[in-house]
Design a protein around this ligand. Structure first.
Ligand SMILES: Nc1ncnc2c1ncn2[C@@H]1O[C@H](COP(=O)(O)OP(=O)(O)OP(=O)(O)O)[C@@H](O)[C@H]1O
Ligand SMILES: [Mg+2]
Length: 135
C-alpha cells in the first residue's frame, strides 16, 4: 500500500488530472498499458459525473493487496443531490442529463468490483477496484 492520492474534483482539468494520476498509479501497480487505459476510463466517467451532478467532490486513488494480487482502489465521494433510484441509474441508456447513460454501467463493466451508495440530498460514494491478473 503506502501510496494514496487525494484529488479534488471541481473542474474539467481535475477530471483530466484524475485520469492521468489513475493511469500512473495503475502503472506502479504493474498493470499493462491496456489495463491502465481501462482504469483511467472508469475514473474519468466517475469524475465526470461528480462534476456534472454534484459540481464538486473528491477522488482518492490507492493501491491494495489481496493475497498475492495487487490492485488499485478508487473511492469517489460527493455531497451532491444523490441518486434516488440506483438500479435505474445503473442501467445502460438511463440519463437525467440527455447523456448516453453509459458512465456508471460502463465503469462497472471495466472494473472488477463496483459499489455505489447514494442518499438523496446527501451525496454519492462510488468504490471501484481492479485486480491485476496473476501471472
Ligand atoms: N455523482 C452523482 N450524483 C448524482 N447523480 C448521479 C451521479 N452520478 C450519476 N448520477 C445519475 O445517474 C445517471 C446515470 O449516470 P451515467 O454516468 O451512467 O450516465 P450520464 O452521466 O447521464 O451520461 P454519460 O455518462 O453516458 O455521459 C445520471 O444521469 C444521473 O442522474
Ligand atoms: Mg456520466
Amino acid at each position: 500500500m503506502g501510496e494514496e492520492l487525494r484529488l479534488s474534483i471541481a473542474a474539467d482539468v481535475d477530471v483530466v488530472e484524475a485520469r492521468q494520476q489513475g493511469r500512473a498509479l495503475a502503472a506502479v501497480a504493474g498493470f499493462s498499458s491496456g489495463e491502465q487505459t481501462v482504469i483511467a476510463a472508469a475514473i474519468s466517467e466517475i469524475a465526470r459525473n461528480i462534476l456534472m451532478y454534484a459540481k464538486r467532490g473528491e477522488i482518492t486513488l490507492s493501491l491494495s493487496q489481496n493475497g498475492d494480487r495487487q490492485g488499485v482502489v478508487i473511492i469517489a465521494v460527493d455531497q451532491g443531490p444523490g441518486i434516488p433510484d440506483i438500479e435505474r441509474a445503473m442501467q445502460y441508456g438511463y440519463s437525467t442529463s440527455h447523456g448516453v447513460g453509459a458512465g456508471l454501467p460502463g465503469a462497472k463493466r471495466l472494473m472488477d468490483e463496483f459499489d455505489l451508495k447514494s442518499v438523496p440530498g446527501q451525496g454519492t460514494t462510488v468504490i471501484m477496484k481492479k485486480w491485476r491478473r496473476a501471472i
